[in-house]
Each structure stands twice: as C-alpha cells, then as structure tokens.
Ligand binder design. Structure first.
Ligand code: SIN
Length: 485
C-alpha cells in the first residue's frame, strides 16, 4: 500500500503465503512503525480455515520434499540464502520500519538469519545414522534418522527475520515442511522471506506463512492439529507454558525458546574495558528487547567504582532515535506499553532503594522511546532483578565473593544465557561449570551464531537452535532390527 522506498517493491506483501500463493483474508489489520506510529501496511487476516489449509498443503508437500536428497534441498536453501543477502538492504529497511531497531542492526539480523540457511543447507548433508553390535549373531541393528513431518511455529516481534530463519532452515534441511505464524506486530519480514523462498525455488507448500491477528486460536490449531508433528515457539515463558500444555494432548514434539534473566558478572580480575564493551552490547542491543540480553550486572565490590564510571560514560554515548536515522544506536521500544513497563520497574526499584545513575524516562513524542538507563544499589531481590526487563535498563548489583556471585546469578527460575568476565583460568572453568544456564559467554557479550546451539534450561525452555544439535530437533530416530541373518 505505502511507498516504503524499497528497491524491490515486490518484497512488500500483505497476504498469507500458502502453497506458493498469496492468499487474502476477509478483513485486515494494521502494521505500524513504532518510531512514528504511522501505518505502514494493512495485512490480510487469515481465517482459521485458511490457516488449516496451510497445514493440509504442508502435509501434502512433505511427501516430495522429504524424499529429495539432502543435496537437492541444500541447493535450494542456498539459493534462498543468496537471495536474502542480495536483498539485505530492502529486508533490513522493512525490519526497521516494522520493528524499530537501527538499520545497521537490522542489516546484521538479515545476515544472521540468512547464515542459518547456509549453515543448515550444509549440515543437512550430514544426517548420519548408526550401526550397533547386536546381542545375537543372527541380528543386525541399524539406526536411521528421518524428518519429523509438518512443523508449525510461532515467533516474536523482536527478531522478525532471524527467529523464523533459524527454525525454518533446520526444519527444511531435515526434510520437514514448515508453517510460520509471525507476530502480528512484525509480519512484513516473514512475508518478504516467503517471497524470496518462492523465487529460490522452494516448492509450493514447503514454507508457508499465515498472518492472523489473534495468536490464541492459531496457537490452538498449530499445537493440536493431527497433521502437525512438531511445534516450535520463541516467546515468553508464560505463553510457552500454555502452548506446551496444548501440545501434550496430541503428544507433539516441542521446542521452546522462552524468557531469560541473564546475569553478567564482572570479577575483580577482569579486563574492565572489555567488560564494559561486552555489557553495553549485550544489554542495549535491540533496545534491550532480546531474550539473551543482560538483565542483572553483578560487579565485584573492589572494581565497582572503576566499572561504574566507565560503564556510565559508554552508555551516555548511545543515541536514541528513529532507527532509520544514521548514528542512532537505540531505536524505539515496540510499543508505548512496553516503555511503560520499564518506567514502572524503575519506579518500583527506586522505592526499594535503587539509585538512578543515568536516564530513567521515556523520550520522544510518541512515548515509545526510552532513555538508556542505569540503576545502581540494586539487590537481587528487587523486581528489576527478578523479572525479565526487556528494555534499555541496566541494574547493577555489587558482590564480594565468587560463591556469592554464582549463588545470586543462579537464583532465578530462568536459565537461558549468562555472561562473565575474568582472566583467571581456574575461575573461568569453575564459574562456567556452576552457572545454571544453557549458554555462557566468557569474556564475550555476543554469543549467537549459526554454528552454536542456542537454547535454555529451567523456565527458559528446551531444545536447541543452530548447530548439529539444532538439526536433531527436527529428526526422529528409527531403529531397524534385521533378523534371520
Ligand atoms: C532472542 O531474543 O530470542 C534471540 C536473540 C539471538 O538470537 O541472539
């Protein structure tokens, strides 16, 4: 509808992509730019029966797609990867317009999402089986791996491209077919990916995108329909728990990438400059709206002043504004209510004794922007430490001993990512082994990449995305017993 200044206007799509066709619904919903509140697209709201059609066609397409050789599938996935990079500028622009993150970060997300397609295209060729010595000489035991079947997914607004790409890449490489329901706030990135999937030669029905405003009904359909073999979700723990319960009735295979409450520990032997750099990127990437974002910064008391001074100086440099403007490092939050939640956490923390060292307020005209904020004098019992902040707010907690830091870091229901900075090799091993999280960054604030297993433990979910482990999530293990030999 709008002229969004794309080089390739055909990447702007407003209908569901089902069986290789653009399918319109009877009514529409709006997509708004969080930086301006402008309506940038009117998306057709798929009916439930159209959503069900997507499962039928995915089941139908499974027969041929799963029978293809891994090489043939890799060839097509690689073309999809190349097209995503060829259209990186347009895809990034769409992403910034619908989600808000700065254009440079959006470009990074497109490259990151595409990297899963390239990586799994190759890894799909290495789905090895096994032979096992049998207990009697007239038998042989063989293990083969087969695609799970039709996979459905629900993904969030914070990474509208990469969260779909890393699930779909593994699923398709394994020989599964895929139906995606992107967030109603950010469907444009998913639809542009679908356009490129078609151009890459992904056969009709193999990759489908259903745009429907109401997530609950789609959730019920995607978790319970008999044609669905596996459901994969990225989002909050509260919603994830409900979806897991829904999957139970049909005994669906499930992977869940849920909320986090990442500790970032700075020990007294750390390189403080490196720790400051790591904390800034880990905390303020995507305006703090990332599941693996640093949530609590623990600093050993002997280096607290040195860290605080350098950290505040670095955070002061972060420019807030419209993600399309050059030099902007922190874009808008996804909505006014998201910004309001951060403001409320700050108010509660101050009432509990925290001190605002920097920022603390919404900024800009539409109430979606939030100043990069630092709170000191925080304790691990305050609401800001107990909850996933999901905003540009740092909470600094002092500690005295290694044991205390580990205890406080682990004192959360979540177990997604953790980070720590230390140059003592013994401490590096001790702390790495004791942190109860699925991923640990050691002297590193950015840990996500296609070759590594992304995922959590405890209330942060189960299953892994990326790496050879990510492929396992889309494969069944079948045991063949040959007798009479
Ligand atoms: C997420 O926020 O769930 C994804 C972050 C990442 O892939 O780094």
């Amino acid at each position: 509808m709008n002229d969004l200044n794309l080089q390739d206007n055909a990447l702007l799509k407003e209908a569901s992509f089902i069986n290789g066709e653009w399918v319109k619904g009877n009514d529409t919903f709006e997509v708004r730019n969080p930086a301006t509140n402008d309506v940038i697209a009117q998306i057709y709201n798929a009916s439930l029966s159209q959503a069900e059609d997507s499962l039928d066609v995915a089941k139908e397409a499974l027969r041929d797609w799963s029978a293809m050789s891994a090489n043939e599938r890799a060839y097509i996935l690689r073309r999809w990867f190349s097209l995503m990079l060829e259209h990186q500028d347009d895809l990034a622009r769409l992403l910034t317009l619908e989600q808000g993150k700065p254009l440079s970060e959006a470009k990074g997300e497109i490259a990151y999402g595409a990297s899963y397609l390239e990586w799994f295209a190759e890894e799909g060729k290495r789905v090895y089986g096994d032979t096992i010595p049998a207990p009697s000489s007239d038998k042989r035991i063989i293990v083969i791996k087969q695609p799970v079947g039709v996979v459905t997914s629900i993904t969030p607004w914070n990474f509208p491209n990469a969260m779909i790409a890393r699930k779909a890449a593994a699923a398709l490489a394994a020989g599964c077919t895929f139906v995606s329901r992107p967030s109603e706030l950010t469907p444009l990135s998913a639809l542009a990916m679908a356009e490129l999937a078609g151009r890459a030669g992904i056969p009709a029905g193999v990759f489908n995108v259903v745009t429907r405003k109401n997530p609950q009904e789609i959730g019920e359909l995607f978790t319970q329909h008999p044609k669905v073999a596996k459901f994969t979700f990225t989002g909050s723990t509260a919603v994830g728990k409900k979806l897991i319960a829904q999957c139970a009735s049909g005994v669906k295979k499930v992977s869940m990438e849920l909320g986090g409450n990442a500790p970032f520990i700075v020990f007294e032997d750390a390189d403080i400059d490196a720790a400051v750099k790591g904390a800034v990127i880990s905390k303020y990437r995507n305006a703090g709206q990332t599941c693996v974002c640093t949530n609590r910064i623990f600093v050993q008391r002997s280096v607290l002043d040195a860290f605080n001074t350098k950290y505040q100086n670095a955070v002061k440099q972060l420019t807030v504004g419209n993600g399309l403007d050059e030099n902007v490092v922190i874009g808008p939050m996804i909505s006014q209510s998201a910004a309001q939640k951060v403001a409320e956490l700050i108010q509660r923390s101050v009432a509990e004794g925290a001190v605002i060292e920097l920022g603390g307020n919404t900024s800009g005209e539409n109430g979606n922007f939030f100043e990069p904020t630092i709170l000191s004098n925080v304790t691990n019992n305050m609401a800001v430490a107990k909850n996933e902040i999901f905003g540009p707010l740092s909470a600094i907690i002092a500690f005295d001993t290694e044991e205390e830091a580990i205890y406080m870091a682990n004192d959360t229901e979540y177990g997604l990512a953790a980070y720590f900075y230390s140059r003592d090799i013994g401490r590096v091993w001790r702390v790495s082994e004791k942190l109860a999280f699925g991923m640990v960054g050691i002297n590193e604030g950015i840990i996500s990449n296609a070759a590594a297993p992304f995922g959590g433990i405890k209330a942060s979910g189960y299953g892994r995305e990326g790496s050879k482990y990510g492929l396992d999530d889309y494969l069944e293990t079948k045991y063949l017993c040959m007798g009479g030999i």
